[in-house]
Design a protein around this ligand. Structure first.
Ligand SMILES: CC(C)(COP(=O)(O)OP(=O)(O)OC[C@H]1O[C@@H](n2cnc3c(N)ncnc32)[C@H](O)[C@@H]1OP(=O)(O)O)[C@@H](O)C(=O)NCCC(=O)NCCS
Length: 152
């Protein structure tokens, strides 16, 4: 018998504040912070109102999110941050789709370069999307990270 296929993913921008933003903060906390014994902090969210937030929804439930911030007005650099897919939905291609949607959006706003701090455990995910490492390993929020970038 065929495996049941994943219900359709819808991708939409999330405004700050909104019920969807609240759900995204809960997802970020649950996937990116609580497993480390941390909580989503004021430092994590203080600039959220100036950033883009993308949500991936299945049956109207948020299953993934990613955010982007403009970090250099002159060079059109953007930073991708807070990439998280719910535990049950990891490995189905949703992270890749959210990243590609965000990249297309940033390019339409003149983006020439995206950089991000990748967990070393997720480095291969970003490499498959064309990102390359540009730093040594450093510790951030208790975990080894590496800076990666992609030019457009
Ligand atoms: C890392 C994460 C965002 C990836 O999203 P995902 O939906 O599970 O990944 P996808 O199914 O879209 O994978 C896309 C490709 O990357 C690969 N990949 C996914 N996670 C990977 C990982 N941790 N290491 C290496 N490769 C990975 C997949 O095998 C797939 O490869 P393919 O295109 O050759 O088939 C997600 O697993 C997650 O939220 N993990 C926990 C939080 C986290 O680490 N966030 C990133 C912080 S920097």
């Amino acid at each position: 018998m065929d495996e049941p296929s994943l219900p359709a993913l819808s991708i939409a921008f999330i405004t700050v504040p909104s019920p969807e933003y609240k759900a995204a903060c809960e997802l970020r906390d649950g996937i990116l912070r609580r497993p480390l014994g941390l909580h989503l902090s004021q430092a994590d969210t203080k600039d959220d109102h100036n950033q883009w937030h993308l949500g991936g929804f299945i049956n109207n439930t948020l299953v993934g999110c990613v955010s982007a911030a403009k970090t250099n007005l002159q060079t059109q650099d953007f930073q991708i941050r807070q990439m998280a897919i719910s535990d049950a939905m990891q490995g189905y291609g949703l992270g890749k789709r959210l990243m590609q949607f965000m990249e297309t959006h940033l390019q339409s706003h003149g983006c020439k370069r995206i950089h991000l701090a990748a967990r070393v455990t997720a480095q291969g995910f970003y490499e498959r999307l064309g990102y390359v490492a540009i730093s040594g390993v450093f510790i951030h929020n208790t975990l080894p990270h590496i800076t990666m970038e992609k030019h457009f």
